[in-house]
Write a protein that binds this ligand. Sequence first.
Ligand code: ZZB
Length: 261
Amino acid sequence: QDYTGIKIQVLEWPASARSVLDKAGLEIEGKKVSLIAATLRPETMYGQTCCFVSPNITYGLYEISSTEIYVCTARAAKNMSFQKITPVRGEANLLAEISGKDIIGAKIHAPLSVYPEVRVLPMDTILASKGTGVVTSVPSDSPDDYATVVELAKKADYYGIEKEWASLDPIPIITTPTYGDLTAVALVKELKIQSPKDKELLAKAKEIAYKDAFYQGTMLIGAYKGEKVEIAKNKVKNDLVAAGDAFVYDEPESLVISRSG
Ligand code: ZZB
């Protein structure tokens, strides 16, 4: 998979994370720490409303330079170390480990998002075996993300979050003749998806959403407003990389296959 690794900078850690990092003796003062979200949809980054981690995944903080730290799974860091992303080939320098649980509520900056500051929220359906274990949320165009934020807002107390954090309006990013300006919202409704646990329906919605946006979609926002998604996708990706807000992250397909047997 040809992912784009989006650097989502942590602006403010919750108390739980500060205590974990303190105990690990890690000094992050003056360093840029970013959660790395793996996405196949760089052109949708204008519509990020939060960033998801799994409460059941352990993440690592990896040293990228004297001033930069990336947060992702160990598996992803290992893969990155063979793609010239870490300083030494084949090595990822682990500075500390932290549970996704302890990152929830962090205040972050998601590049290109119309919302200058958003929050880290929990997503139970994140797979540790895919991408970086960090998923940036675009509820306008990702049915999984929309179903998850609706669930989180409904049961904010249960999930231990502030309702407002999960209540930011989806942003119209792409328009298509079939689904309009908020493809994921339309599909969740059409397929009567009730919760993030509706796995099969969500898989179906995702497939439809990918195809519809890629072949029929037109950008409604950003530098390539009015252009076809098919064309704009790589332009937005290249701009993010050029700005230092993202990098190309390739996931070896064979690795995924051999893992699942
Ligand atoms: C932002 C985004 C915006 C995404 C969108 C999708 C969509 P795939 O196709 O199965 O490979 N993702 C990334 N890593 C994980 C993970 N470990 N567990 C669960 N979900 C993950 O899925 C790739 C997409 O799934 C990625 O692209 C990411 O969400 C999420 F408008 O990033 B995406 C129609 C989808 N639209």
